[in-house]
Design a protein around this ligand. Structure first.
Ligand SMILES: [Zn+2]
Length: 70
């Protein structure tokens, strides 16, 4: 699922993503993705996690900082 997220931000790897999105990780509202299928889910509060994904049906949608375990 990381490939889909890297594509979304147009970065090559996790290091580049962390560098590019460092400021967002401190925001209250963040981009959210499904940790199963990588679908972009819009914006959620930073502590939101395990929300149902409408694409794959898993309760796996998390904010960016939850995905990165910040
Ligand atoms: Zn999904």
């Amino acid at each position: 699922m990381w490939d889909a997220i890297f594509n979304f931000y147009n970065v090559l790897d996790l290091d580049e993503l962390l560098e590019q999105e460092a400021e967002q990780l401190h925001d209250y509202v963040q981009d959210a993705f499904c940790s199963e299928c990588g679908a972009y889910y819009g914006e959620l509060e930073s502590d939101d996690r395990d929300i149902r994904c409408e694409y794959c049906g898993e309760h796996a949608v998390c904010s960016l900082s939850e995905l990165l375990n910040f």
